[in-house]
Design a protein around this ligand. Structure first.
Ligand code: GLU
Length: 466
């Protein structure tokens, strides 16, 4: 059986956006599912718009998502000689030809066609054909290379996502495959690369569906084995329009910034165009186990931030506490708090608070109270730090000064205070929460207090009763 080889081929003209991340995920998961290989190719032939910064951002995003590749990054601009060689071989074989039309001539050609009410197209004037005399080669014009697209018949393929597709060759022009500066066009470079890289399955966005007939015809002209194609529908924004830069974040790394876990992004992105039974929540490993290219959605999915937050909350709950500590440290730093990611207490704090957070940013906002002042609101102060609450808080403060600083010792101090003042737990616990954490609700107060420095707790309680 042929080894499954897939690829993702982003153009480095911006960050890795969500749609590309999703097709990267499908390509990666498909290769991993079949024990195959996954290749990263950088399609940088749009020299004017490609930047190294964008390449770096793409590599960072792939790394963050954990989409490891077996080969690459391969840069197309380092393969110019190869495209040239293939183009020459096609000219020699009669499947491509040089065209010396100037931009002015092409404009005039289109003008005439429009005037005749025709769809504009290249009239194949430089295409060598039996019995045809070609125009004389003009001096000083650098030619482009065009592909001899078949004039009749049709191109068809069974799309992995959309099912059977057929396009008549009469609809397709003789495409430029090499520009007059020697740089190949997308549709040509992509075929040479997919051929050389022995790609067996291509997953990409359906904006490329119109390119596929050309590519298939070029594969045939090269006698190259044809990969299977799967075109995934676009992702719609919340407003039902195409997800774009102008409407919300479309960069993968913006979600790292906003406190999302990579496994949650993968889980959510996967479900935006694929399903496995009723499963909404799954791990990376499950996805690899399940993703066989079936059950791909034919229609566009809509981006749903609330669902993404729900998926993220689930993965935060599952995440290892020491890892969360490392991840939350940078979000604490963004709040101006220099936390030690290796501090065991930071991991314990994550463990205590992670089940109430949808993002790491929310987790950081909780954990900030351990290191930065957490003054209660005037309303909470007035409602809970009352004269009635003060005596209990004072006694607790005295007991905590000497109690063993661990949950059991703190629990005992709370219990003894309740007994002394004949209070019920909430009558003491809520004022303590407000005084120490600046909030009315927290996880069990003894567990929370144990993760503070004793000095901080004593200081905040003392401030509250004065
Ligand atoms: N460079 C193309 C893009 O970013 C790749 C398309 C393909 O996968 O063939 O859309």
């Amino acid at each position: 059986m042929t080894l499954v080889r897939t690829r993702i081929a982003p153009s480095p003209t911006g960050f890795l956006h969500l749609g590309t991340a999703r097709t990267a995920l499908y390509s990666w998961a498909y290769a991993r599912h079949h024990g195959g290989q996954f290749v990263l190719r950088i399609e940088d032939t749009d020299v004017a718009r490609s930047t190294q910064e964008s390449v770096d951002q793409i590599l960072d995003a792939m790394h963050w998502l954990g989409l490891d590749y077996d080969e690459g990054p391969v840069h197309q601009m380092q393969r110019l000689a190869r495209y040239q060689e293939v183009a020459e071989s096609m000219i020699a074989a009669g499947t491509a030809y040089r065209c010396y039309c100037t931009p002015e001539e092409l404009d005039a050609m289109r003008e005439t066609q429009r005037a005749r009410g025709e769809k504009t197209h290249y009239d194949r004037r430089w295409r060598p054909e039996p019995g045809k005399t070609l125009p004389p080669v003009p001096a000083g014009v650098k030619p482009v290379v065009r592909f001899c697209n078949p004039k009749s018949g049709s191109v068809s393929w069974n799309d992995l996502v959309k099912g059977p597709i057929r396009i008549s060759n009469e609809e397709i022009d003789d495409l430029i495959i090499v520009r007059n500066d020697g740089v190949p066009t997308y549709n040509f470079a992509v075929v040479v690369d997919d051929w050389d890289m022995r790609i067996t399955h291509v997953f990409r966005g359906d904006e490329h569906i119109n390119n596929t007939p050309w590519q298939i015809n070029i594969f045939h002209a090269l006698n190259a084995p044809l990969p299977l194609f799967g075109h995934c529908p676009i992702i719609l924004g919340e407003d039902g329009l195409k997800l774009s830069k102008r409407r919300g974040a479309v960069s993968v790394m913006a979600y790292e910034e906003a406190g999302y876990l990579p496994e949650a992004m993968l889980n959510y992105l996967a479900r935006l165009g694929w399903s496995h039974g009723d499963h909404e929540l799954f791990t990376r490993e499950q996805m690899v186990q399940w993703f066989d290219g079936s059950h791909m959605a034919k229609s566009p999915a809509q981006w749903d931030p609330a669902k993404l937050a729900w998926v993220n909350a689930h993965h935060i709950k599952l995440a290892d506490d020491a890892r969360l500590a490392r991840l939350v440290a940078r979000h604490l730093a963004a709040l101006g708090i220099g936390a030690d990611a290796a501090d065991a207490r930071l991991a314990q704090r994550c463990a205590l608070f992670k089940d109430r957070c949808a993002t790491l940013v929310e987790l950081a906002r909780w954990l900030a109270m351990f290191d930065a002042p957490a003054p209660p609101s005037p309303q909470d102060r007035a409602a809970h730090l009352t004269d009635a609450a003060r005596p209990g808080l004072r006694s607790l403060c005295e007991r905590l000064r000497v109690a063993p600083w661990e949950p059991a010792g703190i629990t005992q101090a709370l219990k003894d205070t309740l007994a002394e003042h004949k209070l019920k737990m909430p009558q003491l616990a809520i004022p303590v929460r407000v005084a120490v954490c600046g909030r009315v609700q927290t996880p069990a107060i003894d567990a929370v207090l144990a993760l503070f420095d004793r000095e901080t707790v004593l200081h905040r309680l003392a401030e509250a009763v004065n």
